[in-house]
Design a protein around this ligand. Sequence first.
Ligand code: CMC
Length: 431
Amino acid sequence: MNVSDTKANLSFSNGSPDVELPIYKGTIGPDVIDIRKLYAQTDMFTFDPGFMSTAACESSITYIDGDKGELLYRGYPIEQLAEKCDYLDTCYLLLKGELPDANQREDFHKLVTQHTMVNEQMQFFLRGFRRDAHPMAVLTGLVGGMSAFYHDSTDIHNPQHREISAIRLIAKMPTLVAMAYKYGLGQPYMYPQNNLSYAGNFLRMMFGTPCEEYQVNPVLEKALDRIFILHADHEQNASTSTVRLCGSSGTNPFAAIAAGVACLWGPAHGGANEAALNMLEDIQAMGGVAKVGEFVAKVKDKNSSVRLMGFGHRVYKNYDPRAKLMQHTCNEVLAELGLEKDPLFALAKALEKIALEDDYFVQRKLYPNVDFYSGIVQRAIGIPVKLFTGIFALARTVGWIAQLNEMIGDPDYKIGRPRQLYIGSTRRDVA
Ligand code: CMC
């Protein structure tokens, strides 16, 4: 660690001795105060339930500057990756730290492509679910269930097992998401086809049927690939921290990633894209653009608990760079499909304009996040609203794995074990 010359000094008003705390410097971003020895030195914990001021780990994967609205994967700006690379290049970068050269690229693409089929027995496992189950409920089960099918890659402390499980998870997630979708529809599953791209293969497994040839639309393929890139990693968010904490016990990689899927489901996290589209549909049903003012008033009313979904972020206090790219992709997809006049897109733009000019949002630095436009793109592609978070989970799997492997690969890592401020009853006896 890069130790700073500056030290932090903690003093107490009750005369207890001062404590000197080391400070470490990152390559960019805020420095951190090392409090690891604080309990031993003072008999006190720090208190930060929402991790508002706590760095839970060191990482060299993703960097976010929330004030600037900047997102870097391994140092590369998200805008450049979205423009010049595809999703599998991005996966390689996140996992290995560098973009692949031509040979590495070919090998990696081949490796992932060769692992896209899932154990046939998983079909029967899937059949145990109700057909109307939420896809995230199904996915949580299927991903966790992978540990029951792939016994030869469950030892998280074995680097080879970690590598094989990483490839399996990245390769098989699209197959599982598409299977969950087809199962809900009552249509036959489509086996993956190895001559297609990662996104193209997913489109075919989702929308193809065994009855006829499926032609991949290159504009939709590119749009989906971009959705995957934009969602691939996002530093120490709730689901990633869940994966790290779960994996810190030494559990197998499939179980740890299943924990991430479960966490992502919540509407304050990955579930926001579904919630954002449902919100737009509700406003549309109320009367559309004419009702935007009324809706925004409800959002601002402290007694209403209504939030503008797809707006606001714990880290971004500026426009989420992913939202800008997503808006651009939205324009391309709607133009390709002849949906330029899509009423929900018009509604989203009207809502965004009003919110960005409104004092409530300006003062709180609330800007559109990635979920504000991603739902409109996915809906236009034909992805049902209930599956949106499943697509997010598919794309984020690589980030979860990269973060998990970074933690396990660190010889100094420890099981995550937060402490608490106990406010319950003191010791008492049963009468
Ligand atoms: N609509 C209305 N008010 C909001 C919103 C919103 N979307 N987001 C935050 N606020 C207000 C909030 O009421 C609070 O106001 P006050 O200071 O008067 O009490 C203030 O802004 C700060 O909000 P917070 O809830 O304390 O902030 P947080 O950092 O804990 O929450 C958030 C971040 C993303 C959970 C929140 O902004 C939110 O609920 N947004 C809507 C859900 C959403 O779009 N989530 C997707 C996040 S991006 C994808 C991902 O990473 O998963």
